[in-house]
Design a protein around this ligand. Structure first.
Ligand SMILES: Cc1cc2nc3c(=O)[nH]c(=O)nc-3n(C[C@H](O)[C@H](O)[C@H](O)COP(=O)(O)OP(=O)(O)OC[C@H]3O[C@@H](n4cnc5c(N)ncnc54)[C@H](O)[C@@H]3O)c2cc1C
Length: 466
């Protein structure tokens, strides 16, 4: 892997100082990696990869100078936020400089239904500030304490709150995005409303996000509830009804097939051996009604605690979305995962999977709004909610994993492939043409996170591509 040109090294050292320009040691290794080790396919491809240096700019002006100098030297630049991505999004495939943006933490404003901030602000900081002002994040990953706003917009998709608001690119969740281009004289490009969508989930290949405006929701005081049953179908029927009924003001509905609840070690005391568990985050004013309804359906309420401000453990959200996978891998390193969207015939799809791969797949379901406009109020429609999830797979080998994904596709289960570094292969290809167009404008020399946008024709480093 090429070392940095001496002139660039000297320039960046002078710009940032030795504290914020890291060239070796454990920090270089840590800041070159993310949570790609979740994937038994990606781990062997990525674990040895390192940046030549880590740069930690403290302002947009420093970032601009860093980008201009690196552009002149033709060196690869890979943006990094909290480093919690699962697909090696911020792992540099071709060395160069990893640009850690966690010092860009100016929270310009929170209120009036919008947060405007620099990219390095943690989502947890925004959530706490928003709630203090009567608002909350519309959607956030289960890593919200550690993940940054920029990392969420460039590498994430959605999560908690998704049952009401969908993901980052749904509805009008994004208000604006400002990108810094990678050119001799980097420019700021500002995109508003739907025009900002192509810049989302591009893994830092289409410029550095330097300012983001995201819409907020009015804050709700939530009750955290967990329900248990030995009867999978009884729990599923109740969760599905609650998820689709716009009357319930909720932030999360999830369901875990036994033995997944046994992996949640800190919560284990609340759960019953052999029973499946559902989680519900619902308006506290509706908590008693939700418990009564669940009990009438034969479910036991095994956990009830308010979500406090500021949030205090245990937080049920720490066990949902891809946190479920983390807890599972901690208990059984032989487990990996899929990301799936089930059809209206989800029950048949679950049964078909079990018939074809008995005991190999454990269901972890999450309900999500596919059309946030129709999840509440007079226009609410049960069809506006879909069953998706992050099923766990007892991993044998890549061929078997491919057989499972092929079968899922055959029976109509939509998959987002979490075992690839390429944006195009994740299954979210809807607007690749606009992403490529944006990249051509923001990164003409292909220096930004090279190799991740596979179909971009310019990659000066292709020879050493993994
Ligand atoms: C336990 C666990 C649970 C998770 N749950 C969820 C979940 O519920 N929902 C979800 O969507 N994801 C989830 N993830 C993935 C990840 O945590 C989120 O997507 C998170 O939002 C990423 O933020 P980050 O700051 O860590 O980004 P990073 O991992 O640092 O970066 C992600 C991508 O964005 C790019 N990037 C970062 N900042 C910028 C910037 N300013 N400009 C341009 N590019 C930039 C990076 O180059 C990289 O490609 C989970 C991961 C783990 C480990």
């Amino acid at each position: 892997m090429p070392a940095l040109p001496a002139s660039l090294r000297a320039e960046l050292l002078a710009l940032l100082g030795p504290e914020y320009f890291i060239e070796g040691g454990e920090s270089l290794a840590t800041l070159s990696q993310d949570y790609n080790w979740y994937s038994p396919v990606l781990k062997p491809q990525l674990e040895a990869l390192r940046a030549d240096a880590i740069a930690r700019p403290g302002s947009v002006d420093e970032l601009r100078a860093l980008v201009a100098a690196s552009f002149r030297a033709g060196v690869a630049l890979t943006a990094r936020g909290g480093g919690t991505g699962n697909y090696g999004q911020c792992v540099p495939l071709h060395g160069g400089v990893v640009v850690d943006l966690t010092r860009l933490t100016r929270l310009h404003s929170v209120g009036g239904g919008v947060v405007r901030a620099e990219p390095g602000v943690r989502l947890g900081t925004i959530e706490v500030a928003a709630r203090a002002a009567g608002w909350e994040l519309r959607c956030m990953p289960s890593t919200w304490m550690k993940a940054t706003l920029g990392g969420f917009f460039c590498g994430g998709s959605g999560g908690i709150g998704g049952i009401r608001w969908g993901g980052i690119s749904s509805e009008d969740n994004v208000k604006s995005v400002t990108l810094l281009t990678c050119e001799a004289e980097p420019r700021l490009l500002r995109f508003e409303e739907r025009a900002a969508i192509p810049s989302l989930r591009t893994y830092g290949t289409t410029g550095f996000m330097v300012e983001i405006e995201m819409r907020l929701a009015p804050a709700i005081a939530y009750e955290q509830l967990a329900f248990s049953s030995p009867d999978w179908e009884a729990l599923l029927a109740w969760n599905d009804t609650v998820a689709r009924d716009g009357v319930w003001r909720k932030r999360q509905v999830a369901q875990f097939q036994w033995p997944i609840p046994s992996y949640f070690k800190p919560l284990k005391k609340y759960f019953r051996d052999g029973e499946h568990v559902g989680f519900l985050l619902v308006d506290r004013a509706q908590g008693s009604a939700a418990i009564a309804s669940a009990q009438a359906a034969g479910l036991a309420c095994v956990f009830q605690q308010p979500l406090t401000d500021p949030p205090k453990s245990p937080l049920l959200s720490d066990y949902t979305w891809n946190h479920t996978t983390l807890w599972a891998i901690k208990s059984d390193p032989g487990i990996t995962y899929l990301q799936s969207g089930f059809g209206p015939n989800f029950r048949e799809q679950f049964a078909a999977l079990e018939r074809r791969f008995p005991g190999e797949i454990l269901l972890h379901l999450e309900w999500l709004a596919s059309d946030p406009k129709r999840t509440v109020g007079p226009d609410a429609s049960p069809e506006a909610i879909i069953v998706c999830g992050i099923p766990l797979v007892r991993y044998r080998d890549e061929a078997r994993l491919n057989a499972i994904t092929t079968y899922c596709t055959e029976i109509g289960i939509g998959l987002n492939n979490p075992h690839t570094v390429h944006i195009e292969n994740t299954g979210r290809q809807q607007n690749m043409a606009s992403k490529l167009e944006l990249k051509a404008e923001a990164d003409p020399r292909g220096l930004l996170n090279p190799g991740k946008m596979r179909t971009y024709p310019v990659n000066p480093f292709t020879v050493s591509s993994p």
